[in-house]
Design a binder for this molecule. Structure first.
Ligand code: DHB
Length: 396
């Protein structure tokens, strides 16, 4: 026998940062929600994700009472280095746009949100299975699932939100004729490693070299995160530690003698890499947020920041629709969110194509790209544009 349906105002599929932040913001406006996720809390915590938070999103965490741990454990970064031609060029965000970013990995954002939702007694169901969304254009849309104890469950709501990531059930529940997909594939991917070594640089180093892109990021005093451009079909098993270090060192080497501090590689994987947008972001009473609606390539670390930007708009629009009892107001969400989505798509695409080598590059392409980089590191509009996009002070 299925249990009696749970009735709530907003049913949210996906307990990643987007789903939990939405549930948190709605609770502050006295709007109840239920959140379900196929993954257990431990599984979500074990996922490696990017590490950069825009200052606006730091303020969202601290200013809405999620947690101020980011101010203690996060590390403010006032700029980055762009490295090419064997030399580093600093882009000083603070000087250019008056604001930096924070190194605070997505996992920590999730932990803060999950703890805050638990502390506030929210209804968040992790580890469910067989999730389906139903009656999206009806009066009372629903989420059907099997809970972690194996019981069939049903949540009925006024508004349903799909925050269940790029391969979630929500977007695929929209009939194909009612959605348009825009995407761009790239002829490369990222090889990501976690290494046990001291930091090699104070700030992030985005490197363009003849061998391709490399990014030197950080985690702690003893563990670092690094990435390098690779073939999408690369098998991590073909990359022993020595080969990884030789490739990274070759990409960052230069006339200034910069070299990475090496140590054991404790995690290695090939990351998916594409640009994608699904429009519209609404179908009936269901709204899509974060990766359920769009994916950016990782260069510039915009995925989480864009998901949180969606949620800021979504919380405001849902609050108004619920207060005024007018679901027609939900129409405001997509166009408002999409203007930032496309500007950020452009920023991520720009950072990606400016810093990577593509297989069919002609000598013209190679030299043009160096010209572009020279223009960005020179004083003037190029560096301001990079700083604005990276910090999110404009959307890109
Ligand atoms: C990290 C990832 C990114 O894609 C990026 O642009 C910057 C930092 C990271 O994981 O630290």
């Amino acid at each position: 026998m299925p249990a009696a349906p749970t009735r709530t105002t907003v049913g949210i599929v996906g307990a990643g940062p987007a789903g939990l932040m939405l549930s948190h913001l709605l609770a502050r406006a006295d709007i109840d929600s239920v959140v379900v996720d196929n993954r257990t809390r431990a599984e979500i915590e074990a996922t490696s994700r990017a590490g950069i938070l825009e200052a606006d999103n730091v303020r969202l965490l601290t200013g809405t009472g999620v947690s101020d741990r980011v101010l203690r454990d996060g590390v403010p970064h006032a700029g980055i280095s762009l490295r090419f031609g064997g030399r580093s060029h600093r882009i000083d965000f603070e000087a250019l746009v008056g604001e930096g970013v924070w190194l605070y990995p997505q996992t920590e954002v999730f932990v803060d949100l999950a703890d805050a939702r638990a502390r506030d007694g929210a209804d968040v169901r992790y580890g469910v299975s067989e999730t389906q969304v139903v009656d999206l254009t009806g009066e009372l849309p629903g989420i059907l699932f099997t809970d972690a104890d194996g019981r069939a469950r049903e949540v009925r709501c006024d508004i349903l939100v799909g925050a269940d990531g790029s391969r979630g059930v929500c977007r695929s529940a929209v009939p194909e004729a009612a959605r348009t997909h825009y995407f761009r594939e790239y002829p490369y991917a990222w090889f990501g490693v976690l290494v046990e070594a001291p930091p090699s640089a104070d700030e992030l180093v985005y490197t363009h070299s003849e061998r391709g892109f490399a990014l030197i990021s950080r985690r702690t005093d003893t563990v670092q995160r690094m990435y390098f451009q690779c073939d999408p079909g690369e098998d991590p098993a073909d990359w022993p530690d020595e080969r990884i270090w030789a490739e990274l060192q070759a990409r960052v080497s230069g006339t200034d003698g910069f070299a990475l501090k090496e140590g054991p590689v404790v995690d290695r994987s090939v990351l998916p890499f594409r640009s994608f947008v699904c429009e519209p972001m609404r179908y009936g009473a269901m709204l899509l947020a974060g990766d359920a609606a769009h994916t950016v390539p990782p260069t510039g670390a915009k995925g989480l920041n864009l998901a949180l930007a969606d949620v800021r708009v979504l919380a405001e629009v849902v609050e108004r629709a619920v207060t005024k009892r007018d679901l027609g107001l939900l129409d405001e969400y997509g166009p408002r969110a999409l203007s930032r989505v496309w500007r950020t798509q452009h920023f991520s695409y720009w950072m990606t194509t400016m810093l990577h080598r593509a297989p069919g590059d002609t000598p013209f392409d190679v030299r043009r790209r160096i010209g572009e980089l020279e223009g960005v590191v020179a004083p003037g509009a190029g560096s301001v544009r990079l700083a604005e996009g990276y910090t999110g002070t404009t959307a890109g």
